[in-house]
Write a protein that binds this ligand. Structure first.
Ligand SMILES: [Cu+2]
Length: 291
């Protein structure tokens, strides 16, 4: 059983193993979606871009629907498994970032995810292993036309969208049911917690191909954890619910990761119901992180 933890609790060796696994997936594992044009890491940016209606649009778009949490759960779990395979290390798991920049909560350090973009150099990240100068992390998937080859960040560029406060998180966690427009738990979590973090990090994270920035996976890992925490805090609530207008978002709906008639990124499929128990997917969070 894989255990996911706060990045702050990782040892330096665990941190560098995680970064190294990303660099292997980025440089040593061939793409399945666009062989010869990108890497397996880049396939995840491609899938996400497609899910946002660009490139080869995925129907249904899981964003702003009850599928948001189940769909991203599978996306990041598949990424985690591919990291393990790339590094030949079953101990690799995706850590989470709790959206705090205070002290050890800040993941944007030179020994981990690298820092903010450099305003004098196209907002490119210039510290850490993902800096373009290190020559092991080049962007290969863009939303539309070819863009900058460097990973870009622009912290706090949207002053009206700060990182979520603990109070904002608490407010969201008190919402029920799972889905109810606009104030259900998932609705609120996507719009009030998830979206502002993408905007706050800025650069690649603010675009449809946001998995280009590895922090995407730490961000979505925390959202995934919050779903588990919400389930524990509201034990009488169904862990998933939908609405009549979402005919593609039922318990027995199969999650879609590719446009019709195009290559699937992986052979397995999952229904929404098969995503509801993380242990069925062979991972879990520590109990103390769920309380
Ligand atoms: Cu998304």
């Amino acid at each position: 059983m894989d255990i996911r933890r706060n990045h702050r609790d990782m040892t330096p060796a665990q941190k560098s193993a995680f970064i190294e696994a990303i660099l292997k997936l980025k440089n040593e594992v061939p793409s399945i979606l666009r062989p010869g044009r990108q890497s397996r890491y880049d396939d995840f940016a491609q899938i996400h871009k497609n899910s946002m209606g660009l490139g080869d649009p995925i129907i249904p778009n899981p964003h702003r629907t009850p599928l948001f949490f189940p769909w991203h759960r599978i996306l990041i779990r598949q990424f985690e498994r591919e990291l393990q395979a790339a590094a030949r290390d079953p101990g690799i798991t995706i850590p989470y970032w709790n959206w705090s920049m205070v002290g050890p909560d800040n993941p944007f350090t030179a020994d981990f995810l690298g820092g903010n973009g450099d305003p004098f150099r196209e907002q490119r990240v210039s510290t850490g292993r993902f800096a373009l100068e290190e020559q092991r992390f080049q962007i290969n998937v863009w939303d539309t036309h070819n863009g900058d080859p460097g990973l870009q960040r622009n912290f706090g560029n949207a002053p009206d969208e700060p990182l979520p406060s603990t109070q904002a998180i608490d407010t969201t966690m008190s919402r029920t049911p799972f889905w109810s427009h606009p104030l259900g738990w998932a609705n609120h979590a996507e719009m009030e917690l998830h979206n502002p973090v993408h905007s706050w990090v800025g650069g690649n994270m603010a675009r449809a191909s946001s998995p280009n920035d590895p922090v995407f996976f730490l961000h979505h890992c925390y959202l995934d954890l919050l779903w588990e925490r919400w389930k524990r805090q509201h034990p009488t609530e169904p862990p998933f619910s939908s609405a009549p207008d979402f005919e593609h978002a039922r318990m027995n709906s199969t999650l879609i990761f590719q446009a019709e008639n195009l290559t699937a990124p992986w052979p397995q499929t999952w229904t929404v119901m098969q995503t509801l128990d993380t242990e069925e997917l062979n991972y879990r969070y520590e109990l103390r992180d769920l309380e």
